[in-house]
Design a protein around this ligand. Structure first.
Ligand code: AMO
Length: 435
């Protein structure tokens, strides 16, 4: 009997005749014997061709194929102490599914790392490298674990529009599109919609979807399209309820990745550590003092910035904390939808930082119509531009809060990746719109 396999790692001695499919990663010709290394999603398998034992025509064609050609090989599984899997296949026939052109635009087993631009230009080829592809196995697992945690907590998965008439996170980063002659914008976040849903009775919602930011900055942590994992929940007593919900979710996700992602982590040669709980909550003012103490002259009201975040990250790491909240930012620095802290210049907002980098922002929202309008005006916005959003606050809105997490930024910190682009299949940035 012939068993068809798309997972080379399951082939074992005693399987008899099998058909395995994949890419010809390497061919070694040693005179009397040749080896073809076949690669699939899960690993590599050795096809062994002793010249005297296999059909001469099969030998001649299979051992001279261009690398990266796709083949299906049928043969006998034999035990072998020379291979990692403990087996090899002696072929009796094969089908050339697709011959690869030469030369390859990018090597798959090259030791020398190509430049990021070259890799991204030929991303389909770059992704053939198991350690590059493993990030996306882990990203997929991460999204599954998020869905699992959110459903367990009673959140409803929603899909909000990605084209709209107004933004929520400031005009400077809006992508304008022509919507049948009218101006429209790509969604920077689902902020307005997830809050409007709080007025409907769907009191816990979440979404994982693309968010677009026209940020003309070429850094290793900014892209113009990323996946935002948003949560919004009603009936909160304070922003502490939102933070503890996030903590439970992050803990479930990171533990799950460590356990269920162990194979892909080993392919990448990485280990992940689960951040210590409870995640400490620092205030913005405390962080400012830390940053000033380290010699960075920021004033009250200033953004902590990359450098400030890093200083706080180093101090927290020395104390054994990888993940921590920074709460109560200056009201003026945060968007209109955040509730102010009465009698102070600060507000009910927080960021979640992971190893010295912001991975999320969130907070308690202003759910009182009059106060919300007042806050918009104070920040120089015209409430009329947000009519459809404000309507949802005029006829009964529960107290609520939520967060937005940049999925790729979490992966970067967790896997210690050098660039957010490593966690995006086909990244978009100011100088890249293709492939
Ligand atoms: P914010 O604008 O801070 O908050 O975005 C939330 C998180 O999204 C990620 N992120 C990015 N990732 C990659 N490239 C970018 N250009 C980029 N911009 C943002 C970050 C960030 O922490 N509506 C609020 C969230 C809320 O209050 O619910 C918001 O969008 O990880």
């Amino acid at each position: 009997m012939t068993v068809n396999r798309r997972d080379s790692s399951t082939v074992k001695a005693g399987d008899g005749t099998v058909t395995v499919s994949g890419w010809v990663q390497d061919i070694r010709n040693l005179g009397g014997i040749s080896f073809v290394i076949l690669r699939d999603r899960f690993g590599t398998l050795q096809i062994t061709l002793p010249k005297k034992k296999v059909d001469p025509e099969l030998f001649a064609t299979l051992t001279t194929l261009p690398r990266e050609s796709v083949v299906s090989v049928t043969g006998e599984v034999k035990e072998s102490n020379q291979t990692e899997l403990g087996v090899e296949i002696i072929p009796s026939s094969f089908v050339l599914e697709s011959e690869a052109g030469t030369p390859l635009p990018l090597g798959v087993v090259d030791k020398v790392n190509a430049e990021m631009d070259t890799r991204l230009n030929h991303r389909f080829m770059d992704l053939r490298k198991p350690e590059v592809r493993a990030v996306f196995e882990l990203k997929s697992l991460m999204m599954r674990l998020i869905t699992e945690a959110m459903e367990e907590k009673g959140f409803v998965q929603v899909c909000t529009p990605k084209i709209g008439a107004s933004g929520a996170e400031g005009g400077a980063t809006l992508f304008k599109v022509d919507y049948f002659g009218k101006p429209a914008y790509l969604a920077q976040s689902p902020q307005l919609y997830k809050q409007m849903l709080m007025s409907t009775g769907l009191d816990r919602v979440f979404e994982m979807a693309p968010a677009f930011r026209a940020e003309n900055s070429n850094t290793n942590r900014h892209v113009t399209e990323f996946i935002s994992f948003d949560g919004e929940m009603s009936w909160i007593g304070s922003m502490a309820d939102v933070m503890s919900m996030m903590e439970e979710i992050m803990d479930h996700v990171i533990r799950g990745l460590k356990e269920k992602g162990a194979h892909w982590l080993s392919v990448m040669g990485k280990e992940i550590s689960v951040p210590v709980r409870p995640y400490p909550v620092l205030t913005y003012s405390e962080c400012l003092a830390m940053v000033n103490g380290a010699g960075l002259p920021l004033k009250d009201g200033d953004d902590l910035g990359t450098e400030g975040e890093k200083i706080v990250g180093d101090i927290m790491s020395q104390k054994g904390y990888d993940m921590y909240f920074i709460a109560e930012y200056p009201s003026e620095a945060k968007p209109f939808y955040i509730m102010e802290k009465d009698g102070t210049e600060y507000c009910m907002s927080f960021d979640l930082d992971y190893k010295g980098q912001e991975i999320s922002s969130g907070g308690q929202r202003e759910h009182r119509y009059d106060r919300l309008v007042e806050r918009m005006e104070k920040l120089g916005l015209d409430p009329e531009d947000f009519g459809f959003y404000l309507d949802a606050f005029r006829y009964g809105m529960p107290p609520h809060g939520g967060w937005g997490i940049g999925i790729e930024r979490v992966l970067v910190k967790m896997l210690d990746l050098p660039n957010v682009r490593e966690a995006i299949l086909f990244p978009r940035d100011p100088s890249r719109l293709s492939p």
